[in-house]
Design a protein around this ligand. Sequence first.
Ligand code: ATP
Ligand code: MG
Length: 257
Amino acid sequence: MPRIIAVANQKGGVGKTTTALSLASALAILGQEVLLIDIDPQANTSSGLGLRQTKPNLYDILLNGADPGRALYETSYPKLKLLPSTIDLIGSEIELANKERREYLLANIIAQVGKNFRYILIDCPPSLGLLTLNALVAAQGVLIPLQCEYYALEGLSLLINTIRRVKKNFNPKLYLYGILLTMYDARNKLTKQVESEVRRHFGRAVFQTVIPRNVRLSEAPSHGKPIFAYDPSSRGARAYMTLAQEILKREANLGKI
Ligand code: ATP
Ligand code: MG
């Protein structure tokens, strides 16, 4: 059985895509079979792996009945496959809204193609619409990247409430997989304040590993490469590798909400 993790936060630009891409790559490098699913119409995960406007993609599967088995693409890592997104998914929420069991479309796709993977990571868009809902219904765990800034905690409680609602109405096995502090700046007082608050509230659900602000992480996507191909010795690469190791180690022990 694969471990299915949605990387979600309705707030934009907090490091969802960077985390999905880098963590999926790190897990693959560490020998895990990984499927990365891009469900964001911005398709940043897909282009971050050098795949743009590939067909068939998630849109073709969701709306044109394409075979999901034909939409798994090889990446530069033998153990990492990508199910790509496309800008066409913009506006699809309206088309999808008319479908039967519209919340379970991604779960059904994963049931068809997910069996042989150990980890399935889903990169969500910055909203709590139908696409993110599909990810939360398909997943077991939610990984929340959190930027340590003033409004982070407000956004976080909205997301936690959403997770609770999805758990109650659609997916009883859903739980908080972990909160990841991103773009971390240890010299910034506010960063430390937000960190201690989050750790006090969420305890063990907050990953020990934090992801520092690192310019190499922001450069890698424009080269169509994961950080481990672009600059494996960068602080960003090392942090995501440490996160992958932390996940492999403590995976079974994370608290449920
Ligand atoms: P969206 O909500 O638009 O999907 P996101 O949550 O997926 O955004 P990212 O795209 O991963 O966020 O990151 C936002 C921007 O910050 C990107 O330009 C990315 O390259 C950069 N970035 C992400 N993490 C870091 C980091 N640790 N250090 C420096 N830059 C980063
Ligand atoms: Mg993104």
